[in-house]
Each structure stands twice: as C-alpha cells, then as structure tokens.
Design a protein around this ligand. Structure first.
Ligand SMILES: *Cc1c(COP(=O)(O)O)cnc(C)c1O
Length: 214
C-alpha cells in the first residue's frame, strides 16, 4: 500500500472541503508514464483505478495485462496516425486540440462503434512548444467539435506554463468551460493540484508526487 497515495488523496479531499466542495468532488488521475511497475504496483494495490499515460504505444505495453481493471486516460499529444489505436485502447482522450484530429477521431469512433470520452486541450499560456487550442479559438473549436464532427466534449484540459502562477490559467479554463457548457476540468499536477482544486478542477493529474521522479 502506497503512503503517497494515502497522502495525495487526503490532500485532494482537504483542498476540496476548503473550497466548499464535497470531499469526493475531484478524481485523482495517477500519471504512470515512464514509471517501472514496481513503482506503480503499490498504488494499484492501494485501489487506484484511474491512470494517465502520455503515449499510446507505451500505455499499451504497460497496461495490457490490467487493461480491464482500470480507466485509462491519454494526456499526451495525439498524432492522427495513432488515432485508431487511441480510440481502441483509451477510455478518455484529453488532448483533442485541432480540427484534423477531431475529424479523424469522429471517423474512428464511427468505424469502431466505441467512443472514448473527450477533453479539449487549451494552451492557456499560448506557448509555442505546447499543444492545445489557443484561448481565443476555444469557443469556436468546441462548437465545431460538437456541430461539425458530432463529438461529445466532456471536459477541458490545460497545462499552465511552468514558470507562472497557475491560478489565472486554471480560472481561464474554468471560464471557457462555463460559457461553453462543458462540465469537466482536468487541471493540476504534482506541484499545483491543490490550487487547481480551489479553481474548480474535477480531476487532477498527479505523477511524480505519487510514484517518485521519472
Ligand atoms: C507528466 C504529466 C503530468 C504529471 O506531472 P507530475 O508533475 O509528475 O505530477 C500531468 N499532466 C500531463 C499532461 C503530463 O504530461
């Protein structure tokens, strides 16, 4: 059983209560990318069943044996040539960020008769090296996902710039979600998940604080 899992769960619950939200308002997504199984096993054995991965192929290798027991979320950039595998393997894709990908995902969902839940990634800091739709285009992009491609946008996701106060970025994401009628917010990582909970996160993506450094 993982001490880190107990600690992170209690910090999420405390941050939720402090924000006037129910203790169980926020889901923990355990980010297992690049971790060896002996780091993951205590967290899995502790009952954690929602995991995040950055890469399709790596996720398939790591989780093939336990796939039926967990919810798996893709949180890294998705190339269109991996969309078929991603739709087949993941329960949630958090990195929908461009029209071409929306079109390919819509086609794959139709072809496979299986629809992962989808989050639109927003590049709130407008960082050139980072994926995500820029904030000024987010409303139109969410509308296009829904109306042009028939996709159900469950949530929004962001990764704030590493060197900035994350709170304004989290609040911006919450505003975009509210005005577009999007229910879920994936925001907050090891260093800032309590801030994200205060700003309305419905899930936080925690890696190194749970499993150790990568
Ligand atoms: C790696 C990663 C995380 C986890 O980061 P930590 O700082 O280790 O908690 C969360 N979200 C995304 C998109 C990531 O790539």
């Amino acid at each position: 059983m993982s001490e880190a899992l107990i600690s992170i769960r209690s910090r999420i619950a405390a941050a939720s209560l402090a924000a006037g939200r129910p203790a169980d308002a926020v889901q923990l997504v355990a980010v297992s990318k690049l971790q060896p199984w002996d780091h993951i096993a205590p967290v899995f054995d502790g009952g954690q069943r929602v995991f995040g991965e950055n890469r399709v192929q790596e996720a398939k290798e790591r989780w093939a044996q336990h796939r039926g027991q967990i919810e798996l979320r893709l949180i890294g950039p998705l190339q269109t040539n991996k969309a078929r595998d991603a739709v087949a393997f993941f329960d949630v894709i958090e990195t929908l960020d461009r029209e071409k990908l929306a079109r390919v995902l819509a086609d794959e969902i139709q072809a496979q008769g299986k629809a992962p839940r989808l989050y639109v990634q927003v590049n709130t800091g407008e960082e050139p090296q980072k994926a995500g739709i820029i904030p000024a285009e987010a409303d139109a992009f969410v509308a296009a996902c829904r109306e042009t491609y028939g996709l159900n946008v469950e949530g929004l996701m962001c990764i704030p710039p590493a060197d900035e106060d994350p709170a304004p970025h989290f609040r911006m994401l919450a505003d975009i979600a509210a005005r577009n009628g999007v229910a879920k917010l994936s925001m907050g990582m090891s260093d800032d998940f309590e801030v994200a909970v205060a700003c309305g996160a419905t899930s936080v993506r925690v890696g190194s604080a749970l499993f150790g450094s990568r």
